[in-house]
Design a protein around this ligand. Structure first.
Ligand code: HEM
Length: 403
């Protein structure tokens, strides 16, 4: 099933990554099942296909990781796909469900709503001093700090360390094709040492925070027996929540600053009718998915669009392309804060549906409300906007704005 010769989707190509929309459109139209020979992976790009595959976890397994370059395509020994590197995002049920059950209650819409006041306080803390000046970096000086501080506080990281964990986390996620730099290696070591010290501290001196709760939480196994998490499992949870809770939402907020400056008419609608803000957050998530690619390991032969995907292949689910699929969203390349729709795959779908979706939505809404209330219009120096280079996250890390 060779794709048209001139159709190349290379997820590591910085130029494609900067503007993937044309390639994504051609994949959806001309090669809805795409095969990339160079990296030996398949890709699904249509909304309906991404959603179907996300739901079928038995066939599209996460157990070998969900980052394309991390997946090992060797046949499993004795049916064992792997241990998920200790993180539930890289596990299949039932192990995944046992772990998810432990933390899901902390992220329900009701529990998350209780964070609204703190989120507004943080916005005021970072935005008010900027009123005196002529501009600032919307992401680095403000927006990226909010998600890291909220998730950090839930986990129990002291206020003064929360931003440092974000900086290490960003470095850890950075894609470095030529091998790991010293800077990244140092960040990984520092983050690991910090987290390990904090977990050990909570073992001795439990507090009212999520890390302490995880140390005493009991997992109920499928057979009904119960057990506590071990040290490594608590560390894995800590890293997963800290990283997943910071990086993606920061990119959503960066896209908001860029897209609203690019579409001042849409921004004016939000200033005039703030009730539109929650819908604008949905549209931002659809239009520029902060986590545009989820990979899976295929556990049996399957067929898509008349072509076979062999057992033990890697397949990429292009969530970002799904958000631009005209089959699901009419006039999908138009950014419209009043667009009406009820389905989105930006947070994934099925068993791995984003645990932090309510929190991300709350952060998006409040950051926009608080920003628009202070700065009803701003300009962006597009040439200075910098996109992050990671294989899973896409979006601006620097957005210099003028006010
Ligand atoms: C705009 C912001 C966010 C986006 C776009 C996003 C996107 C996603 C996606 C696509 C998945 C599914 C991955 C897969 O199927 O392999 C996921 C899972 C997850 N997300 Fe988010 N996420 C965001 C914010 C957050 C936040 C704030 C948290 C904080 C708790 C979080 C925690 C998680 C966790 C723990 C999982 C794994 C769930 C599981 O395996 O059951 N995310 N996210």
């Amino acid at each position: 099933m060779p794709p048209p010769l001139d159709l190349v989707y290379d997820p590591y190509d910085a130029e494609i990554d900067a503007r993937p929309y044309g390639v994504w459109r051609r994949l959806r139209d001309e090669a809805p099942l795409y095969y990339n020979e160079q990296y030996d992976f398949y890709a699904l790009s249509r909304f309906a296909d991404v959603m179907t595959a996300s739901l079928e976890w038995q066939t599209y397994s996460s157990a070998r990781g969900t980052v394309l370059e991390m997946i090992d395509t060797m046949p499993p020994v004795d049916g064992d796909l792997g241990d998920g590197f200790g993180m539930m995002i890289f596990m299949d049920p039932p192990r995944h469900d046992e772990l998810r059950h432990l933390v899901s209650r902390a992220f329900t819409p009701r529990r998350v709503a209780a964070l609204e006041g703190r989120t507004r306080e943080l916005c005021a803390h970072f935005l008010d001093p900027q009123r005196e000046g002529s501009g600032f970096d919307f992401v680095e000086d403000f927006a990226a700090k909010i998600p890291a501080m909220l998730i950090g506080a839930l986990l129990g990281v002291p206020d003064e360390d929360q931003d440092q964990l974000r900086i290490w986390g960003d470095l850890l996620m950075r894609y470095e094709p030529l091998g790991i730099s010293d800077e990244k290696a140092d960040a990984i070591a520092s983050l690991g040492a910090y987290m390990s010290a904090m977990v050990k501290d909570r073992q001795q001196h439990p507090r009212d925070d999520m890390v302490s709760d995880l140390l005493t939480a009991e997992v109920t196994r499928a057979d009904g027996t119960r057990r506590r998490l071990d040290f490594d499992e608590v560390m894995s949870f800590f890293s997963l929540l800290q990283l997943a809770g910071s990086e993606t939402t920061a990119r959503l907020l960066g896209w908001a600053a860029v897209l609203l400056a690019r579409h001042p008419d849409q921004r004016a609608k939000l200033v005039g009718t703030p009730e539109l803000v929650p819908n604008a957050v949905e549209e931002l998530l659809r239009y520029e998915a902060p986590s545009p690619i989820q990979a899976r390991f295929v556990t049996r032969d399957v067929e898509w669009h008349g072509h076979k995907v062999p057992q033990y292949s890697k397949i990429a689910l292009l969530t970002g392309s799904a958000g631009r699929d005209e089959r699901e969203y009419p006039d999908a390349d138009r950014f419209d804060v009043e667009r009406e729709f009820d389905r989105l795959v930006t947070f994934g779908f099925g068993v791995h549906y984003c645990l932090g979706a309510s929190l991300a939505r709350l952060e998006g809404r409040i950051v926009l409300e608080e920003t628009l209330a202070r700065f009803p219009d701003w300009g962006v120096d597009e040439a200075a906007v910098e996109l992050v280079r990671t294989s899973t996250v896409r979006g601006p890390v620097h957005v210099p704005i003028t006010i």
